[in-house]
Design a protein around this ligand. Structure first.
Ligand SMILES: Nc1nc2c(ncn2[C@@H]2O[C@H](COP(=O)(O)OP(=O)(O)OP(=O)(O)O)[C@@H](O)[C@H]2O)c(=O)[nH]1
Ligand SMILES: [Mg+2]
Length: 277
């Protein structure tokens, strides 16, 4: 059995940073976790990839091709389709076959349409699971700055939920850049970690907009509550204990070690002191 995390999320939310800190953390704990860059537009990242999609196709190749005639977003989708056509011929040889216990993070591009409604990533995950013997976890990153009020929380959560449903594999949402938040903002965010969305909607300050759409917002919030699946794991990449807890949760979901002794600290103690390491 092999294991994979598919690292998805909007542009600039910290996908590649997560991968590089995870690589370092794994090294320091003598775990073998490798990273595959799947972003054909990546300029730089801070890890040593096991495979790099740019060796197969680069966004610039497509943008400079007079026959293709696409802009950056269409060009990226073109690259990802090209990648899908070369899974067996390029990716599989690059990552190797039948490596038991192997653990790979796939660092994906930040184009949200790849996850929310296109079937490209779904097909990729299916190949990993059905043909290559992987167990797959979807990891969705959201910038913690984005989650500081209820409407943003609802918007971010709907995208996370849509990604989760589209991919149909076990899923974790990670709140990135926790180290950049003030102590006060950390406290604010705690109420969003295991949220009651309907309550949150009713706490919104009154405005003509919120009262006009209260019914609609409450119905959407109820969908989130009913699914009860949109939860967030706050991540401060500077803290090894935080990375360790995240990895333990991922291990548990993936069944990496069925008897893993998971000790996850509660969020409060972990985020009380921003300078503690
Ligand atoms: N302080 C801090 N900065 C972060 C963190 N994660 C990401 N950043 C910064 O945010 C910027 C974007 O991070 P990336 O890791 O490149 O984000 P990405 O999601 O891979 O971006 P795209 O691949 O372009 O979609 C970089 O300047 C990072 O240094 C974090 O946890 N803390
Ligand atoms: Mg990136």
């Amino acid at each position: 059995m092999r294991f994979a995390q598919i690292i998805m999320g909007p542009a600039g939310t910290g996908k590649s940073t997560y991968c590089s800190y995870m690589e370092k953390h794994a090294e320091s704990t003598k775990r073998n976790i490798r990273i595959v860059n799947l972003d054909p537009a990546a300029e730089k990242f801070d890890y040593q990839p096991l495979a790099d999609i740019r060796e197969l196709i680069q966004l610039d190749d497509v943008l400079n091709d007079e026959d293709i005639q696409l802009g950056p977003n269409g060009g990226l989708i073109w690259c990802m389709n090209y990648f899908m056509e070369h899974l067996e011929s390029w990716l599989l040889p690059a990552i190797g076959e039948d490596i038991d216990g192997d653990y790979i993070l796939f660092d994906c591009p930040g184009q949200i349409e790849l996850y929310t409604h296109m079937d490209l990533m779904t097909r990729f995950v299916k190949t990993l699971e059905d043909s290559w013997g992987f167990r797959v976890l979807g990891v969705y990153t959201i910038d913690a700055h984005f989650l500081t009020d209820s409407s943003k929380f609802i918007a971010g959560s709907l995208t996370a939920l849509s990604t989760m449903i589209n991919l149909s594999v076990p899923h974790m949402n990670i709140l990135t850049k926790m180290d950049l938040l003030s102590k006060k903002d950390r406290k604010t965010i705690e109420r969003f970690l295991e949220p009651d969305a309907v309550d949150l909607i009713h706490e919104e300050p009154d405005s003509p907009w919120t009262s006009k759409y209260l019914g609609l917002s409450s119905a959407i919030a109820k969908v989130l509550d009913d699914f009860a699946l949109v939860k967030y794991f706050p991540l401060d990449v500077r803290k090894d204990s935080n990375l360790e807890n995240l990895l333990l949760m991922a291990d548990l979901v993936l069944g990496v070690s069925e008897d893993a002794d998971v000790k996850v600290k509660d969020h409060e103690s972990e985020f009380d002191d921003p300078d503690e390491n």
